[in-house]
Design a protein around this ligand. Structure first.
Ligand SMILES: [Zn+2]
Length: 271
């Protein structure tokens, strides 16, 4: 699933193609893509609106439109957004198409069909329960320490909880915990303040590295809107490296299931 760095990469690369353009048409052949409102109302409300700005919140792409409307897209497992020329033949997995005033189209391709599209007047209807952005000023190590010690949760699943911190997924949680030398099964309230300082720095470092490298293309599910691959997968130290020697100690990278997610870590240096 695209995580914060992948969604940020997509958000940045869509801006030049969309801002200032007007939506002139919408097609959809998978009604469940449109989570809110139903498609007839969605179509009627969105046509003739203009893209004002595009931001990211957690793993959501937020398109601020004219008329105080907000289009919000979650790519979930396999969603991809791309810009095409009108009239180009779309892949069969393109389920929602926005026609644009400049003769292009915004395609939402989604092989596994878990992606969701919302049109709302109040973005909090969709985004209101998200925790803070880990790259924002609100995310301080003091805040993180207070939140961790006030909970008795297993560390890695807590980092994946979008109502706790928005945008971290399986890959960046594993990488951040490795950088911080923390075992993914630590209890949140067992961390010391110095450990939390290191974790806070590690979370930001891996996310910023992910953005710098254009996200991680570990399979066909994530490509940048121009069709090229991200490069963060080449910088993974534990994710996808089970059985390999640790880059920091003489240990071996292990993989286990934790909270239903494949979790990669080193027995030797993550405590
Ligand atoms: Zn190690």
């Amino acid at each position: 699933m695209p995580e914060l760095p992948e969604v940020e990469t997509i958000t940045r690369s869509l801006r030049p193609s969309l801002i200032g353009r007007t939506i002139v048409d919408v097609h959809n052949d998978w009604p469940r893509h449109i989570a809110q409102p139903d498609f007839p109302e969605f179509r009627q409300r969105i046509i003739s609106l203009n893209f004002k700005s595009i931001t990211r919140r957690g793993k959501y792409i937020v398109f601020h439109l004219s008329g105080d409307e907000t289009l919000i897209i979650h790519l979930k497992m396999s969603g991809q957004l791309s810009i095409a020329k009108a009239g180009e033949t779309a892949d069969k997995h393109v389920h929602t198409v926005f026609g644009l005033s400049d003769g292009h189209e915004l395609w939402f391709q989604d092989t596994r069909k878990f992606g969701r599209v919302y049109l709302v007047t109040d973005p909090d209807d969709v985004l209101g329960s998200l925790g803070p952005e880990p790259l924002s000023d609100a995310f301080t190590s003091e805040w993180l320490f207070e939140q961790l010690i006030s909970r008795n949760r297993v560390l890695k699943p807590l980092l994946l909880d979008q109502s706790f911190i928005a945008g971290i997924g399986n890959i960046y949680a594993d990488e951040a915990l490795f950088h911080a030398r923390l075992h993914p099964q630590r209890r949140s309230n067992s961390l010391s303040l110095p450990e939390v300082h290191v974790l806070h720095t590690a979370i930001r470092q891996v996310l910023e590295m992910g953005i710098d490298r254009g996200g991680a293309s570990i399979d066909a599910a994530y490509r940048k809107p121009d069709g090229t691959m991200g490069q963060m997968q080449n910088s993974f130290l534990v994710y996808g490296r089970a059985g390999e020697r640790c880059t920091r100690c003489e240990g071996i990278v292990h993989k286990m299931q934790l909270g239903g997610r494949g979790t990669h870590f080193c027995f030797g240096c993550q405590i």
